[in-house]
Design a protein around this ligand. Structure first.
Ligand code: ADP
Length: 510
């Protein structure tokens, strides 16, 4: 849970070299319940401001070491954003204009009447806090206003950079394979982007100077970065991402006030990311429900006409004597086969999308593999196929559903190999302990790491319209999970892919 720490008590730093005046003012302010600190000169004042954040600085103009103007310049250079109220015994037009230029909130004439002092300070505190709230409001508006969910990482990164005045920023998200990769970054050198890949659960902060251990997966960037804020975006039960903002060496470091701002912004970013995820999941469920209804209707519309087409074709094929009408009979037999396939596909689709199941039976996994190899024989033409089907592959399940899994995997392999030199693919089954494992592999183009966590998502496809629905792997994984098993992938880009099916071996043959 990310918490913000916006202090309730207003804080003020009084910088004045006149000890008597300073102590009177400090007493006055402490009495009015301000959190008061003091500095007896310009240099000390700047040092204090660099160490702690205050809402308002009450600043004398004439001081022997650094005068008021110099204090303001030095403080702003160090990233101090507090409001400044200037006090002077000689308020001339010139001083007033200078103060205005330097962004000073107000100018008070010494000796300052307590009432006027408190009124001015009150307004300055309000403005200081309002400015922070406004920055957060703008940040929230940008993040929640992102039109396209795909753009959200970019919006989060750019908004964080603006709100925190950072030199570079990045958002890392889990890739589904146990690692974090950069979803979007701005200002980061390309070699850092390329080299940044973290194991989930590994330490995140790096810094030679901070004496922290260097962390695997992150290029040592401490020569370039002066200060970093790294925020894990976590919900009650999982890591949604990691937000990182940096300031370069030549710049002022982040301060505590920036950390507060970052923590509030991070909770907004988390909320926005979660919303997008929720909408995506809702759409997925909605689409699947719709596909189920569609399949039921389609099955109904197709089955009746298919049934009489099939029975008529059977009658025609039987009636045509094979001697005299050979060609005609052959055509009828082929048409019959085609019609039966249409009916089977539609029924299968209906059963699958409506989740109809047959009671589990003792099944030889090799039977399901052989069925899929038969069905894909045509697609696999021209591919050098190596199958090695081991013994002891009995599992409890639905052979048709398991066949469907291998069908999807083999069709994917064939599509991945299309047009590639020396295409090779294979299926291997084996018994490993109390599991039965099957591997479907190919030497195709492989799957980029960034896609590996998404290929099992419904409707995720990299194939052109009409070629892929993006449902094959998600349905396959669902089928296997219903059987108590799992589907996973190992793939090297450019070297091929291995899809690994694991299922519990049937108890009776253990
Ligand atoms: P579809 O094949 O309809 O796209 P899938 O769910 O079966 O849907 O696959 C999703 C995506 O996974 C594919 O679009 C492809 O990018 C990738 N993919 C699946 N199998 C392979 C493979 N053997 N080689 C390379 N990429 C693959």
């Amino acid at each position: 849970m990310i918490q913000s720490r916006m202090p309730a008590t207003p804080s003020v730093l009084v910088i004045d070299d006149d000890d008597d005046f300073r102590s009177v003012v400090c007493d006055e302010l402490a009495h009015a319940r301000y959190d008061v600190s003091e500095a007896a000169g310009g240099r000390e004042g700047v040092r204090r401001l660099e160490q702690t954040d205050v809402d308002v600085v009450l600043l004398d103009v004439q001081m022997p070491d650094l005068n008021g103007r110099e204090v303001i310049r030095a403080a702003r250079n160090s990233g101090v954003r507090s409001e400044v109220v200037v006090m002077t015994a000689y308020p001339q037009l010139e001083t007033a204009v200078e103060c205005l230029r330097a962004g000073v909130f107000d100018l008070l004439e010494k000796p300052v009447a307590p009432k006027a002092l408190l009124a001015t300070l009150g307004h300055a505190v309000d403005r200081s806090r309002l400015q922070r709230t406004t920055a957060l409001y703008h940040a929230a508006a940008a993040v929640f206003g992102a039109r396209n969910p795909e753009d959200l990482p970019q919006v989060i990164v750019e908004t964080a950079m603006r709100a925190l005045d950072a030199d570079d920023a990045s958002l890392m998200v889990p890739d589904g394979a146990g690692s974090l990769t950069i979803a979007y970054s701005k200002g980061l050198p390309p070699e850092v982007c390329r080299a940044t890949r973290l194991q989930v659960g590994a330490a995140l902060l790096v810094g030679r100077r901070a004496g922290l251990p260097r962390c695997a997966g992150v290029r040592d960037d401490s020569a370039r970065v002066r200060s970093s804020i790294v925020f894990p975006l976590v919900t009650a039960d999982h890591l949604v991402g990691v937000l990182n903002v940096n300031r370069a060496q030549a710049r002022k470091p982040f301060r505590e006030a920036d950390l507060e701002l970052a923590s509030i912004f991070a909770s907004q970013a988390l909320l926005a990311l979660e919303n997008v995820d929720l909408v995506r999941r809702l759409l997925h469920t909605e689409r699947l429900a719709f596909a189920g209804r569609l399949a039921a209707e389609l099955s109904h519309e197709v089955n009746n006409p298919a049934a009489f087409v099939i029975s008529n074709l059977e009658y025609i094929a039987e009636s045509l004597s094979s001697q005299r009408n050979h060609e005609l009979r052959q055509s009828a037999v082929e048409a019959l086969e085609g019609a039966r396939r249409i009916a089977r596909v539609v029924q299968d689709m209906n059963r699958l999308l409506r989740g109809e199941e047959r009671p589990p039976a003792l099944v030889d996994l090799n039977g399901a593999v052989r069925f899929a190899l038969r069905m894909t024989a045509r697609q696999l033409e021209g591919i050098s196929l190596q199958s090695s089907l081991g013994t002891n592959g009995m599992v409890m399940g639905d052979e048709a559903r398991l066949g469907q899994v291998f069908l999807n995997l083999l069709v994917n392999a064939a599509q991945a190999l299309a047009g590639r030199p020396n295409p090779r693919a294979g299926v291997l089954t084996e018994r490993v302990g109390d599991q039965v494992r099957a591997i479907v592999w190919d030497n195709g183009p492989g799957i980029p790491r960034r896609d590996q966590g998404r290929i099992f998502d419904a409707f995720f496809t990299t194939k052109p319209v009409g070629m892929g629905s993006g449902l094959g792997l998600s349905i396959s994984r669902e089928i296997l999970q219903r059987h108590g098993g799992e589907l996973s992938v190992e793939s090297d880009e450019g070297r091929g892919s291995r899809f690994i099916v694991t299922l519990p071996a049937a108890a009776s043959v253990n």
